[in-house]
Design a protein around this ligand. Structure first.
Ligand code: C2E
Ligand code: CA
Ligand code: CA
Length: 394
C-alpha cells in the first residue's frame, strides 16, 4: 500500500489518548511531543524529531492509544497504514514478533503504573499476558536453548545406517543420522530439530558436532585395521553450505583423528542443488580435497535435469518414494530403470533409499542399481554396533 504525506501546523494533535489506532507516522520534518494525562496534569513522555517513528505501538498490539501526540512546530509526516505495518509483522520471524509484543506489554504496564492504573498493572504482574503472546515462538526459543545445551553436553547421538553393495552383498558405507533424546520430550525427530537449527546459525555447531562424531567412529575402524575403510555420508544443509569454513573444519577434524578425509561423503538434498553455481563450486572444492558428494532425495520434485549435467555428483540417492512404488507400479519401475541408466551414464553411483523388502532389493539388483539402504539392510545403529557388524554379510 502506498504511504501518504501530511503537513501539520504547530499545536495540532496527531492523535489523542484513547483513540483507536489507524496508522503510525514517520516524522519527515518538525518536532512532536508525546504526552500523557496524570490526573489534571499533562506529563511529557518524550520529544521526537525527523527520522523518528510514532504511534506504532497501538498499531502493533491493536489497542487504543495510550498517549497523545502534538506537533510542537510545523511538521511533515509520512503515514504508515495499519495493514502495511501488520503485513511486515506477519512476515517477520515469529520469535522477533513475540519479543516485540512482550516488550510492548512491559512498556504499557510501566505507563499504567505511572498513571496509577491498577488493573493494567495487575495483568502484567500475573504474567498471563506474556504467556499467551505467542506460545509457539517461546517454545521454539526454549527448544533452541535445550539444543544448544545438548551440543555442549554431547547428548546428541549420531547413528550409522549401513549401505549395502548389492552385487557383492557387503556393507560399503554408512549414512550418519542424528538423534536427540530430549530430557522431557523423549526422542525428537531430526526432521523437527534440524529445521529449527536451520532457522538459526545453530545448524553450524550441530553440523560440526556430526563431523566430529563421524570422525571418531571412523577412527575406531582405522584402529581396528579395517580395510577397505567404510565411507560415511554426512547430511549438510543449506545454511551450513554458506557458512565459512565447513570443509576446512571437516578436514581438520579428520586430520586430528588420523582418518583420511576421503572416507567422508557429503550429502546435499535435491532442493539445494537448485543453487547450481554454489553447489557446483562446493563439489569442485570437495573433489580437490578428495571428498565425494551425493545428491540426496533424488526425484522428490525439484529435479532439474538441465542442471544435472553441470553438477558432478559422485552418487545419486533415489528417494524412498520410488523404492516403495516400483514393486506394484509398472510406470514407477520404468522411471527407476531410466534413472539407473541415466546415473550410470553420468558416471555416478546410485543408492536406492528406503529398501524394506527382499522383493525391492531383488528388483534393484536386476535393474543394475549399485547400492541399497533401508530397514531391510539395517536400521541406523550406534558406532559400536557398526564396528561389531563390519564385514559380516548384509
Ligand atoms: P534423509 O537424509 O533422507 O535420511 C533418511 C531417512 O530415512 C532417515 O530418517 C532414516 O532413518 C530413514 N530411513 C532409512 N531407511 C528407511 C526405510 O527403510 N524406511 C523408512 N520408512 N525410512 C527409512 P531420519 O533419521 O529421521 O532423518 C530424517 C532427515 O533428517 C534426513 O533425511 C535428513 O534430511 C535429516 N538429517 C538427519 N541427520 C542429519 C544431520 O546430521 N544433519 C542434517 N543437516 N540433516 C540431518
Ligand atoms: Ca541423507
Ligand atoms: Ca534421503
Amino acid at each position: 500500500m502506498a504511504s501518504t504525506r501530511i503537513d501539520m501546523p504547530a499545536g495540532e494533535l496527531v492523535f489523542r489518548e484513547g483513540d483507536a489506532p489507524t496508522s503510525a507516522y514517520l516524522i519527515e520534518a518538525g518536532r512532536i511531543e508525546i504526552l500523557t494525562q496524570q490526573g489534571e496534569e499533562a506529563v511529557v513522555l518524550g520529544r521526537l524529531g525527523p527520522g523518528d517513528l510514532l504511534g506504532e505501538m497501538a498499531v502493533i498490539d491493536q489497542s487504543p492509544r495510550t498517549a497523545t501526540a502534538r506537533a510542537i512546530t510545523d511538521c511533515t509526516l509520512t503515514v504508515l497504514g495499519r495493514e502495511q505495518l501488520n503485513e511486515r509483522l506477519e512476515n517477520a520471524d515469529p520469535i522477533v514478533r513475540a519479543l516485540l509484543r512482550g516488550q510492548l506489554q512491559r512498556y504499557r504496564a510501566a505507563l499504567a503504573t505511572l498513571r496509577g492504573d491498577g488493573d493494567a498493572q495487575r495483568a502484567e504482574d500475573s504474567g498471563e499476558r506474556e504467556a499467551d503472546v505467542d506460545g509457539g515462538a517461546i517454545g521454539k526459543i526454549r527448544l533452541e536453548n535445550q539444543l544448544r545445551e545438548a551440543i555442549t553436553t554431547r547428548s546428541l547421538e549420531v547413528r550409522f545406517q549401513p549401505i549395502l553393495e548389492i552385487a557383492t552383498q557387503r556393507i560399503s558405507g554408512y549414512e550418519a543420522l542424528i538423534r536427540w533424546d530430549h530430557p522431557e520430550r523423549g526422542p525428537v525427530s531430526p526432521a523437527e530439530f534440524i529445521a529449527l537449527a536451520e532457522e538459526t546459525s545453530l545448524i553450524v555447531p550441530v553440523g560440526n558436532y556430526v563431523f566430529e562424531r563421524v570422525s571418531e567412529m571412523l577412527a575406531t575402524f582405522v584402529r581396528a585395521n579395517h580395510t577397505p575403510l567404510p565411507w560415511v555420508a554426512v547430511n549438510v544443509s543449506a545454511r551450513q553450505l554458506v557458512a565459512e569454513g565447513l570443509l576446512e573444519h571437516l578436514v581438520a577434524v579428520a586430520r586430528r583423528d588420523h582418518v583420511p578425509a576421503q572416507a567422508f561423503k557429503i550429502e546435499i538434498t535435491e532442493g539445494l542443488a537448485l543453487d547450481v553455481q554454489r553447489v557446483a563450486t562446493l563439489i569442485e572444492r570437495c573433489h580437490e580435497l578428495g571428498l565425494q558428494v551425493a545428491l540426496d532425495d533424488f526425484g522428490t520434485g525439484y529435479s532439474n535435469l538441465a542442471h544435472l549435467h553441470r553438477l558432478r555428483f559422485d552418487t545419486v540417492k533415489l528417494d524412498q518414494g520410488f523404492t516403495r512404488q516400483m514393486v506394484d507400479d509398472q510406470r514407477s519401475r520404468a522411471i527407476v530403470q531410466a534413472i539407473v541408466t541415466m546415473v550410470a551414464a553420468l558416471g555416478a553411483d546410485l543408492i536406492a533409499e528406503g529398501v524394506e523388502t527382499a522383493e525391492q532389493l531383488e528388483l534393484l539388483r536386476v535393474m543394475g542399481c549399485r547400492y541399497a539402504q533401508g530397514f531391510l539392510i539395517g536400521r541406523p545403529q550406534g558406532a559400536d554396533d557398526a564396528l561389531a557388524r563390519w564385514g559380516t554379510p548384509g
